[in-house]
Design a protein around this ligand. Structure first.
Ligand code: SF4
Ligand code: SF4
Length: 483
């Protein structure tokens, strides 16, 4: 570290006005996709912090040397400079997140590489009125006052009919959000300073105005992930060069013609077209990643090795993620890998190329077991984020599509902010134990508030296990749930 050099808040982080507190969240803006070097940053970040803390670190805005920054903080906060150094130095390129207590029972985190070297000038507080926030401060409530991010399912069109598909058309077909409505949603997300607006299909590249949409996202500083199963034409690939996006993700589950039809429900020619797309991307030096979903129908080791070999040949392939399929609400679980198949894959000696990432979930009594042995997945839906369906319905969980229990409103009838702050949405999060059906062990669980309101719970896992009418049952594998 050099006192004469400039250090700034990691470009992967930013402060957000959450009306009654400040949130330290990810910054998935165009700034984050710039080529200049940056230290790695923690993802899925959302930490409530006091406005004074945001103000303290807002001096790291890339405008002055470290020495001058320390002096400015010391003067503004009337703290001796050596005391400021004691606080700041451990946060420069810190390898571990630093946790601290905000108030009794509430902790906050300053993530890895919190401060990094570089002259990236940013106005970190912008128009946030810190005094107004302090007047109404709330650093305790877990649910955000405004959403951090949203995912928009822009259409329901898809070329394939995958055996493991989790999409539901809700009886609708060929539905898509109008471009003007999409722009209005993006405008509102921008006004609320949402850190991310994700777009999904169906298939993004089957939305006839996809280019205009991504351009508009860029104009509001959003750099989305573009994910597709569609063979993208050369003229479409050429257009990508003028857009800013975080990742181009191609989903392709096999390189064997025999598997294509049974797995993806399309003729074998589909594979040739997808390989053409990958070739053009590579020739055009456009970086891309590939996602491969494994089912019992495409898990033969010899074919898997061929798939890895084929994809790794592409110089511009950034990442190949191979993941196991999950139970689908709509297609059931007949395609899931068996325990034996997972162990067989894990025992095999595959390439050590770091571009290959595995995500194979072991199954036990229907529950997903995480690395720490727990089964619980916290849900960001209606706590930090929301999802918009192609007809404008706003839902807690994109996997549950039009399940009425999880629909919070519709963007054709109300604003995002109106839906987020509505009685229905807040009551859905602020659920009381007496509202739980007596048949459910959650109705008498001592951990109820901590489980449901603080950590959150994956509703989809519960509904998959117990059915749509029993979403107030315990999550699969919950120890209290057995009582
Ligand atoms: S319910 Fe589960 S799948 Fe749905 S958004 Fe929440 S965590 Fe994700
Ligand atoms: S029984 Fe399990 S799922 Fe239900 S509230 Fe208690 S800890 Fe949560």
């Amino acid at each position: 570290m050099k006192l004469a050099n400039t250090y700034c808040l990691n470009k992967g982080y930013k402060f957000k006005n959450d009306i009654r507190r400040i949130l330290l969240i990810n910054n998935f803006s165009r700034l984050c996709t710039e080529k200049e070097s940056s230290t790695p940053f923690q993802r899925s970040l959302s930490s409530i912090i006091h406005p004074y803390i945001a103000f303290f670190f807002s001096f790291f805005d890339g405008h002055q040397s470290l020495n001058d920054t320390l002096a400015s903080i010391s003067e503004e906060f009337e703290i001796p400079k050596n005391e400021v150094e004691r606080i700041i130095f451990p946060l420069i390129n810190n390898e571990e997140p630093i946790k601290f207590t905000l108030s009794e029972g509430v902790s906050a985190v300053l993530p890895i590489n919190f401060l990094e070297e570089g002259r990236r000038e940013r106005d970190l507080i912008g128009s946030i009125d810190l005094d107004e926030i302090i007047e109404n401060i709330d650093i305790v409530t877990v649910r955000n006052y405004l959403p951090d991010w949203m995912t928009i399912m822009i259409n329901d069109k898809c070329l394939t009919n995958c055996v493991y598909c989790y999409a539901d058309t809700g009886g609708l077909e060929n539905t898509e959000l109008e471009i003007e409505k999409l722009k209005a949603i993006i405008d509102e997300a921008y006004e609320m300073d949402c850190n991310d607006v994700g777009i999904l299909g169906g298939d993004i590249f089957l939305y006839h105005r996809w280019f205009e949409l991504v351009e508009y996202l860029n104009s509001k500083n959003y750099a989305p992930i573009l994910s597709t199963k569609k063979p993208i034409r050369a003229d479409e690939i050429a257009k990508l060069k003028s857009l800013v996006y975080r990742k181009l993700q191609i989903s392709l589950d096999t390189v064997c013609n025999q598997e294509v039809e049974s797995l993806l429900g399309v003729p074998g020619t589909y594979l040739d077209k997808m390989m053409d797309t990958l070739n053009v991307l590579n020739e055009q030096k456009i970086k891309f990643s590939i996602n491969t979903i494994l089912t019992k129908y495409n898990c033969e080791i010899v074919n898997l090795k061929k798939l890895i070999r084929t994809f790794l040949n592409f110089e511009y392939l950034e990442e190949l993620v191979i993941a196991s399929s999950e139970k689908s609400f709509y297609k059931g679980d007949h395609f899931l890998l068996s325990e034996d198949q997972i162990f067989q894959i894990m025992a095999e000696d595959f390439t050590k190329d770091p571009r290959v990432k595995w995500s194979l979930k072991k199954l036990k009594e229907g529950a997903n077991i995480k690395e720490d042995g727990s089964t619980k997945v916290g849900c960001p839906g209606n706590v930090k984020s929301l999802n918009i369906l192609p007809d404008g319905a706003v839902t807690i969980c994109e996997q549950m599509f039009w399940n009425r229990n999880f629909i919070l409103g519709n963007v054709y009838k109300d604003s995002i902010k109106g839906i987020w702050c509505s009685e229905r949405a807040t009551a859905k999060w602020d659920i009381e134990q007496r509202q739980i059906q007596r048949l459910s062990p959650c109705s008498r669980c001592p951990e109820f508030n901590e489980c449901r309101k603080e950590k959150g719970i994956c509703w989809a896992e519960i509904v998959k296990e117990f059915g749509a009418n029993n979403s107030d049952f315990p999550y699969p594998g919950c120890v209290y749930g057995l009582l």
